[in-house]
Design a binder for this molecule. Sequence first.
Ligand SMILES: Cc1cc2nc3c(=O)[nH]c(=O)nc-3n(C[C@H](O)[C@H](O)[C@H](O)COP(=O)(O)O)c2cc1C
Length: 236
Amino acid sequence: MSAPRIVIAAGGTAGHVVPAIAVADALRAEGAEVSFVGGQRAEAELVPAAGYPLDPIRVEGISRSNPVKAARALGKAMYSLIGEAVERGFEARWAELRQRVDHLLTFDAWLFSTPMWNFGLPYRLKHYIDLIIQPTMAFTNDAEGAINTHGDGKIAILIGAGALDIRPGAALAALDFGLAHLAQCLRVYFGVREIHEIRVVPTFGDEASVERAMAAARTDTEALAISLAGRAGGRG
Ligand SMILES: Cc1cc2nc3c(=O)[nH]c(=O)nc-3n(C[C@H](O)[C@H](O)[C@H](O)COP(=O)(O)O)c2cc1C
């Protein structure tokens, strides 16, 4: 049997890298072929010095307190992994995707109207979001890997229907992985700052409460439409 090939991702401080090298040594002693991936910190020196190959990627720590910094780190990691070359045979599909994102970016306002499915977005919308959020399309990375977003100045209107009342502040609000997720993706990866959320909830229950939810959503939508139309009129 050929030797198992093992890759170790460890980086940052010697406190992370040294134990990883100890594990690598033990694996190598058992006959494994070990290599590392990592960034430019302690691993850049310690790993080659210990005799292991290091595949460099551009990364930074994920901030636990600042979501924008955390997302920037994720964007940097995506950029490192995806790189710039498109796998052969997939060029036309990437070109089509780029065209779709470019088309999306020609609009001033984006309106998403979606039901909640299993506390999240319906799979087709989730798929669309995962497709359009690509480095060089939704955002570009500068030489350091930091994100420069392409949707700054856009207005997003998110309308979400659901059987349960998961509005912010409601008892079940923590179950919102739908609009909250969509808003976060648009904010961080496209740089959209103006996001309006309208909830059509609950759509399940006694007739009176469903009717109340529909009426409230109608009122909110009309008020938003009037205010946006007023601004558009003012502009032009
Ligand atoms: C597959 C599926 C999963 C659903 N999951 C949830 C859910 O997790 N939470 C919720 O509040 N409603 C859930 N619903 C209910 C819909 O969000 C609700 O009926 C909504 O009003 C549908 O909007 P629509 O009539 O515009 O399609 C689900 C519906 C379907 C079909």
